[in-house]
Design a protein around this ligand. Structure first.
Ligand code: SF4
Length: 267
């Protein structure tokens, strides 16, 4: 028995020397040989950022949002500010819906008259007639203004007439501060383009909003004030004269002073 074990052991040692641990490894070797190849590992590729509309490569161009805030351009300018032509400006803002009045107006009331006028009138806002026709001062108040102009030897076509607001407030109520704030830049641009020699505010609302003052009409009348370097006078709104004829005489005096002042400015 001992001999048998000794012979068997010697045989295994010989086999191990020649073939290695074949008895143990052969099965495993076969399994490895027939095992499916593992899928190749995907190469790691740097992904470009996904953009909806890839811009053409601009070498070393700093991006806008990389600039410090102080260097960023102001982008509040609007298209209507970029023209020096009054009609073009009209075309660009006639669809304005910046305030609620844009949704209730019948017609936008830009202004009317001579684009190079020496004398410019500023009223409050369009009324019912102006809203219907798209032109300022065309109702009874407008007809009275025409008569006053004739009395100082001027025609409506010679002057420029507009309002603080371009759209009619419901029931002719006084313009709200937020409406004025949104609409006033249009009037300022019109003044800048027309460059009148004299501005006349018709009524307290026009005067207070253009001059940014709380002074009364009594204090504002009879003085030559100034808006952005342009002389400015204040008188009654023609609609007020229709309500109170007692104000016609002081208005006539105001217009005589306006005529005299304008003559001096044109000389
Ligand atoms: S009132 Fe002036 S700001 Fe308001 S919608 Fe009319 S044009 Fe625009």
């Amino acid at each position: 028995m001992t001999d048998l074990w000794t012979s068997l052991r010697r045989f295994l040692d010989t086999e191990r020397e020649v073939f290695g641990d074949f008895l143990l490894l052969d099965g495993a070797r076969q399994a490895v040989r027939h095992a499916p190849e593992p899928p190749p590992r995907p190469a790691v590729v740097a992904r470009a950022p996904v953009t909806a509309d890839p811009a053409p490569a601009v070498a070393d161009e700093p991006l806008l949002f990389d600039l410090p805030p102080a260097a960023q351009p102001v982008t509040t300018r609007e298209e209507w500010m970029e023209t020096n032509d009054l009609q073009e400006m009209h075309n660009r803002i006639s669809g304005c819906l910046k305030c609620a009045l844009g949704h209730t107006r019948t017609k936008f009331v830009f202004g009317v008259g001579n684009a190079r006028a020496s004398l410019m009138f500023v009223g409050e806002a369009p009324g019912a007639d102006e809203d219907a026709q798209g032109e300022p001062f065309v109702g009874r108040a407008g007809q009275l203004l025409n008569k006053i102009l004739a009395a100082i030897a001027m025609k409506r076509e010679e002057v420029y007439i507009c309002n603080i607001l371009k759209c009619r407030p419901p029931n002719n109520r006084t313009p709200l501060p937020e409406e004025v704030e949104l609409c006033l830049p249009y009037l300022k641009q019109q003044i800048a383009l027309i460059k009148p020699k004299l501005i006349v505010c018709l009524g307290l609302t026009a005067a207070q909003n253009l001059l940014q003052t709380n002074e009364s009409l009594t204090r504002l009348r009879g003085r030559t004030l100034e808006f952005a370097g342009t002389p400015l006078r204040v008188t009654y709104h023609p609609a007020a004269l229709l309500r109170n004829p007692n104000w016609k005489q002081p208005t006539w005096e105001d217009f005589q002073a306006i005529q005299k002042l304008l003559a001096g400015l044109q000389a």
